[in-house]
Write a protein that binds this ligand. Sequence first.
Ligand SMILES: C[S@@+](CC[C@H](N)C(=O)[O-])C[C@H]1O[C@@H](n2cnc3c(N)ncnc32)[C@H](O)[C@@H]1O
Length: 363
Amino acid sequence: MLRGVLATCRPGFEKECASELSERATQLGLSGYPQTKPDAGFCVYHFNEPVGESCFESFQWKSLIFARSIFCLPTPMLEVPETDRVTPILSALKEWHKGLRFNTLLVESSDSDSGRELSAFCRSFSKPLRAALLKAGNKVEFWDESSSPEPQTRCLHVFFLDYSRVYVGVSLHRYNSPWPRGIARLRFPSDSPSRSTLKLEEAFLSFMNEDERASSLSPARRAVDLGASPGGWTYQFVKRGVRTMAVDNGPMDERLLESGLVEHLRVDGFKFVPARPVDWMVCDMVEQPKRVAELAMNWWQNQSARRLIFNLKLPMKKRWVEVSEIRLALDEQLKKINRPHKLMMKQLYHDREEITVYIGPHS
Ligand SMILES: C[S@@+](CC[C@H](N)C(=O)[O-])C[C@H]1O[C@@H](n2cnc3c(N)ncnc32)[C@H](O)[C@@H]1O
């Protein structure tokens, strides 16, 4: 049985993460309470009564906006002595579920300042822990950036708060982020005109499967990029051969224009309508999030684009309220339009004070 969930998040977004976990628990009829600290980079939601394995699916990464990664907690936080940290972890696991096997192991800490100080320790501790698990008959591999675990397999998470306090948890890879700790380590292409290119690349990887990416991002496709200057998002289309209308009064990167695939239109992104439907509309305009969401809904309603990705900037104080209202409005309008769709909203690793939204056909 599971006693809670631990979600990591962007440091500074703990309150939003806690509100979201609480909301989810309430929707599921579970009672409990969130526990977090400002800038901790994670939030724990404790259940008042233990919950079964449905917890994995109910709190899955794809369905949560602010969780970078998430796992379920079978045991309360453990105090581990410096002299032997392995034994209490193994005994807690044994007590929880005799004979349960894990396929992967991730020893981790949060992405906060204090969490990052623990990363070297986590790396070195993972070796003796894996050796002890192997000795106990549990054949685990490390989960790192170079591995792609099977969706049906389980990961053992060992999450250090400091050198002597640790949460031990479990996730099903199918229901968690594809990246360890939810950190998409993408290489910045040196010929991209801006770093925000990584946001769109991460969005493609987060919101679509391989087949959807292959079919929707091929040279036969056409895209509109609203608020395109200097061209980091357009770059993602151009590198895949997608013809792109880049809408912005600002300048576009010369190399992108020279590709012959980009048409630069110096017009207002809120007024622009393509002459015929396109495969993609993406939007990174710095504007009120409700206005951007409304614009995206017009595109979807008019079938002007088959897939949409738009970024919502969240400079306001009541970010959770704003995001919840937008999600509700999107849900209601999508329901009214009544076309099979997939809606996903996430604060990506490369997002700052913002979240990214995807709307596409139901896959
Ligand atoms: C964050 S930047 C976009 C960065 C771009 N995605 C990249 O990767 O290089 C926002 C852009 O939106 C543009 N913008 C803001 N309001 C706009 C509007 N109403 N119409 C067109 N562009 C707009 C700005 O000129 C600015 O270049």
